[in-house]
Design a protein around this ligand. Structure first.
Ligand SMILES: Nc1ncnc2c1ncn2[C@@H]1O[C@H](COP(=O)(O)OP(=O)(O)O)[C@@H](O)[C@H]1O
Ligand SMILES: [Mg+2]
Length: 254
């Protein structure tokens, strides 16, 4: 599990130049414990930039950010991206092992266990090209969980998949998460997906400010066919439409 603290975080690309672009504007939030948190917002509002700063790939311009394990040590992180980013010349199992520190028996067993959780135990000797897009993304998810990270970061992992495959994978993700209970920060532009998966939704608005921080208190497993899930999805969607309308008319949102 991880403790993530973000305090007054700002990010400006090209700071000090004529093309300065402020993407994150005084963002503050904390995430700790066995929670699944989604960052939701329209395309271009800075979601990936925020994840890149959390993972240390990108610097921030001002403010503070800290990511530790709950014991205070540096957090171990796992990543799932839009594209599974598998090495084409390695088998599924070798792709899984590639990001591990060791290839001892315990590690190999762990890798097998996570492959089994995503229904790919029989495919460990396959090469990525022999798998469908959905199966490749399953490998990406299993690979991230198998690192046993303190913090799991996911950036729109289902956005390149067809709707039916994405729905199946969301259900699987819920099951794996229920078993492992990692701290997850999940980025999506899809409110419906966020409500199905999350304990909490942080809504980013264009311009990179937090618009709302919403607690989703629904029992799990959640299905899109559940009336309570559908009602909350409609409610959060309406709030985001309100945000968009406010942004377009230029009226203040505070
Ligand atoms: N490396 C970069 N250099 C300059 N501008 C960037 C860079 N990465 C992202 N941006 C800009 O930051 C803004 C937010 O991008 P991004 O974080 O990818 O948004 P999102 O993930 O919400 O769609 C966009 O205007 C984008 O053009
Ligand atoms: Mg993005």
């Amino acid at each position: 599990m991880a403790v993530l603290t973000v305090n007054n975080l700002c990010k400006t690309f090209g700071a000090g130049t004529a093309r300065a672009n402020r993407v994150l504007d005084h963002i503050s939030f904390d995430v700790r414990g066995q929670v699944f948190v989604s960052i939701v917002g329209p395309s271009g509002c800075g979601k990936s930039t925020l994840l890149n700063i959390i993972s240390g790939v990108e610097d921030h311009t001002s403010g503070e950010i800290s990511v530790t394990s709950d014991s205070g040590a540096p957090a171990r992180m796992g990543y799932v991206f839009q594209d599974p980013r598998l090495l084409p010349w390695r088998t599924v199992q070798k792709n899984m092992l590639y990001v591990q520190d060791s290839t001892d028996d315990a590690t190999t067993k762990r890798v097998e266990r996570y492959l089994d959780m995503v229904g790919l135990a029989e495919h460990s000797d396959y090469f990525p090209v022999q798998l469908s897009g959905g199966m490749q993304q399953r490998v990406g998810i299993a690979r991230a969980f198998a690192v046993e990270p303190d913090l799991l970061i996911m950036d729109e992992p289902f956005s390149h998949l067809d709707a039916i495959t994405a729905r199946g994978l969301r259900a699987e993700l819920q099951e794996i998460w229920a078993q492992s209970r990692k701290t997850v920060v999940f980025v999506t532009h899809d409110v419906v997906e966020a409500v199905e998966l999350s304990d909490r939704i942080i809504v980013l608005q264009p311009g990179g400010r937090i618009y709302e921080d919403i607690t989703i208190d629904l029992p799990r497993p959640r299905r899109q066919s559940d009336a309570a899930v559908a009602m909350l999805q409609a409610d959060v969607l309406a709030r985001l439409e309100q945000m968009r309308a406010t942004a377009m008319t230029g009226s203040p949102s505070e």
